[in-house]
Design a protein around this ligand. Structure first.
Ligand SMILES: Nc1ncnc2c1ncn2[C@@H]1O[C@H](COP(=O)(O)OP(=O)(O)OP(=O)(O)O)[C@@H](O)[C@H]1O
Length: 558
């Protein structure tokens, strides 16, 4: 306990000193944290606050030096152009998480701790030279005893504790700032920090990354051209991840190679089809598809995605509404775009709908006019989400992640070949997806799966209640609920309500048919002799028809 406090205090001091170093000592003064600095630092703060270098550049360097939690915070802020000036946003987009390497001895020791035996017994060969030194993990090549070449990502020793301490400090900062400034409350910055904490905690657990990679592997198991590395689970733990080594060229290094126009077009095609499948079909997508995380294997004409530390998940209804929003953008239909956003988001009751509609309309027109090469899907989505934030329309974080992924993909495509147009490439895949979606056999299967899902949900309710009661009786039930949790719950309700609507539709159809059969078969010979059964049948049919219409409207399919 005491060591925890001491660690936190020391970290506070380190952070404060870096604020001073980069000329932001006054921020500490404003939020009332100036006292954590030593006298020397306080004097330095006054001298250095006159720092004239570009503010965005200084913020970026400071965040890089502060470490992974702050780097991720900066990356999260880099998509909030509603909050920060353009100059700062541009610098934040450049945030790198390349840091000095950990000495190999420490890495080997970590492996020994994780597997309970020396590295030489785990691997036949372990390359002492690191391949990449990122903020959370360091990657080394190795060979298993069965001769398989692998990549081993090892978490930096002690990084978990540092990051968790930083997240606590960031939470304190956010609370302090919210107490002092109305704008901070308006932008809900404590929720932002909560969201950040959740996603960093996931990144700190390599078992989660392994599971995510396995999931994507399943998505593309029938596709020769798109793949992800195989995970070697027996050689992986929550802090060490061992995976198949991919001999490919990173997309950001592709321009330096001799890839021709045709090949680049093929790569762009694969990239777009992979993303459309992930986002709109599977609802499970790579959350950080920057060109360093995508490799091209020329011999196999294959695209390989690595690093599934961050993934986005979209429920069936979210997939449907995102597709609808994208169609709206492509067809230049403002009404459709607004409707899709409203269905996906939490919309404040006092929203000025006309004002929001006009804002969306002007974004659509401005982006169209300013795009050199047709319409930019990514840019439009980004601007729309920024507008939504300005109107306090809260979109689930997955949507923001999806917008960012689209912008990144669009950027990669235009780097590959500036004449390529993402919308042109995307159209046939989108159309095929829609055809598959409305294929009657597949629809039947989906309906069946949804019915199964629904049953599972209901079957699990008593278990969940039991868990909650169990936690409550042990006194470790936490009532801190963040915005992202609320969003998750809302999404779940959304899914359930869609499933209920579908099931009601199915039930209604069955009753209609039954009503008609009863009417037609028994005629006037029913128990209710005073009312002809055929009329009862039609009466039921009419009631059920209304129910069907209600269910369809409720499920948002029109
Ligand atoms: N399966 C693989 N095959 C080939 N190279 C790989 C593989 N996995 C990782 N690498 C190399 O290691 C680098 C870093 O890996 P990765 O992107 O997974 O780490 P990271 O997620 O950035 O690290 P951190 O967990 O600290 O954020 C990649 O850019 C790539 O060069």
């Amino acid at each position: 306990m005491l060591t925890d406090r001491l660690r936190r205090l020391n970290r506070y001091k380190e952070i404060a000193s870096l604020f001073v170093k980069y000329g932001f000592g006054y921020v500490l003064q404003e939020v009332g944290l100036f006292h954590v600095l030593s006298l020397k630092d306080r004097i330095t703060a006054e001298v250095k606050d006159g720092n004239t270098q570009e503010i965005g550049y200084r913020i970026r360097c400071m965040l890089e030096e502060l470490g992974p939690a702050f780097i991720k915070l900066g990356q999260l802020l880099s998509i909030r152009s509603d909050l920060l000036p353009d100059e700062v946003v541009k610098e934040l987009e450049l945030l790198q998480d390349q840091v000095p390497p950990v000495p190999v001895e420490e890495i080997k020791e970590k492996i020994q701790q994780e597997f309970g035996k020396p590295v030489t017994e785990v691997f036949q060969f372990f390359n002492e030279e690191y391949l990449a030194a990122a903020s959370i993990g360091q990657v080394h090549e190795a060979v298993l005893y069965n001769g398989e070449s692998v990549m081993v990502k090892v978490q930096r020793p002690g990084i978990r504790q540092t990051v968790l301490t930083d997240l606590e400090i960031l939470r304190d900062f956010a609370k302090l700032i919210e107490q002092r400034y109305d704008w901070a409350q308006y932008y809900n910055i404590t929720d932002m920090v909560e969201e950040l904490s959740e996603s960093i905690r996931r990144e700190l657990d390599y078992s989660e990354e392994a599971r995510n990679t396995d999931m994507v592997q399943l998505q593309f198991e029938d596709c020769e051209d798109i793949k992800v590395p195989v995970i070697f689970h027996d050689y992986s733990t929550p802090e060490v991840l061992t995976m198949e080594k991919i001999e490919g060229i990173k997309l950001n290094e592709l321009n330096a190679t001799a890839a021709g126009k045709e090949e680049k077009r093929k790569i762009a095609d694969l990239l777009v089809s992979a993303f459309i499948t992930q986002i709109l079909k599977e609802g499970f997508f790579h959350g950080d598809p920057h060109p360093g995380n995508i490799l091209y294997v020329p011999e196999k004409k294959q695209l390989v995605f690595i690093d599934f530390g961050q993934v986005g998940r979209l429920s069936a209804s979210m997939r449907y509404h995102s597709a609808s929003m994208m169609m709206g953008i492509m067809q230049q239909d403002t009404h459709r775009i607004v409707k899709a956003i409203f269905r996906m988001a939490y919309v404040p009751s006092d929203i000025d709908e006309q004002h929001f509609y006009d804002h969306v309309d002007s974004i659509r027109k401005t982006v169209e006019l300013s795009s050199k090469n047709g319409l930019s899907l990514g840019l439009t989505v980004k601007e729309l989400f920024t507008a939504a934030q300005e109107h306090r329309v809260i979109l689930p974080k997955e949507m923001t992640m999806m917008g960012k992924a689209l912008i990144t993909i669009e950027g990669i495509i235009s780097e590959l070949d500036p004449t390529l147009d993402m919308i042109e490439i995307a159209k046939p895949y989108g159309e095929q997806l829609m055809r598959e979606r409305y294929d009657p056999i597949r629809m039947g299967k989906r309906l069946w799966n949804q019915a199964e899902d629904l049953t599972d949900t209901f079957v699990n309710i008593p278990k969940q209640v039991e868990n909650v009661l169990d936690q409550a009786s042990k006194g470790d039930l936490k009532f801190e609920i963040s915005l992202s949790e609320i969003n998750r719950i809302l999404n779940k309700f959304d899914r359930i309500s869609n499933q209920v609507s579908f099931s009601l539709t199915l039930l209604a159809f069955s009753i209609v048919v039954l009503g008609l059969i009863v009417g037609a078969t028994f005629g006037n010979n029913t128990i209710l002799t005073s009312v002809p059964a055929i009329e009862i049948g039609f009466f039921i049919a009419f009631g059920m028809f209304l129910l069907i219409i209600y269910s369809i409207i409720k499920s948002g399919r029109f």
